[in-house]
Write a protein that binds this ligand. Structure first.
Ligand code: HEC
Length: 117
């Protein structure tokens, strides 16, 4: 391969990678993070909009119980952050960065609240 072919290839690849990155909007990034964080997607347990979800009902010692992760779209920012930092029974631990937690919070609270910067 001639040197200019190599440079051309490099420029083509790097510009296509760059353009992909720059074409993703904040809203798309937030949606992707909610659906596919580092682990199982939040929506699978908390619902598409964080409205909460009934996953299963079961009986234990004659008592009717359910696994129903709560709504997470009506929390204060402080409560949301505190919950993400703590262990939640029945929920994996994600170790998200403060910025990722902020993105998820804003994604789940689009109307009622001003974006937390
Ligand atoms: C496997 C199911 C599951 C997944 C996946 C999951 N959660 Fe949860 N989450 C739960 C359950 C169950 C609780 C309630 C724990 C309790 O009541 O002790 C909870 C609690 C929470 C709370 C606290 C709610 C409150 O009222 O205090 C927040 C915030 C939360 N989850 C956010 C998230 C986010 C953001 C994601 C994705 C990064 C996520 N969860 C993924 C099951 C899940």
């Amino acid at each position: 391969m001639k040197w200019f072919t190599v440079i051309g290839l490099f420029l083509t690849l790097s510009s296509s990678v760059y353009s992909e990155v720059s074409f993703i909007t904040d809203a798309e990034y937030a949606s992707q993070l909610y659906h596919n964080p580092r682990g199982i997607g939040c929506y699978k347990c908390h619902g598409e909009k964080g409205e909460g979800k009934l996953i299963a009902t079961y009986k234990d010692k004659g008592e009717q119980l359910s696994f129903s992760p709560p709504a997470i779209n009506t929390l204060t920012y402080e409560a949301f952050v505190a919950a993400m930092m703590a262990r939640q029974k029945g929920m994996p631990r994600y170790y998200l960065t403060p910025k990722e937690v902020k993105v998820l919070y804003n994604y789940l609270h689009p109307v009622e609240r001003e974006d937390v910067k």
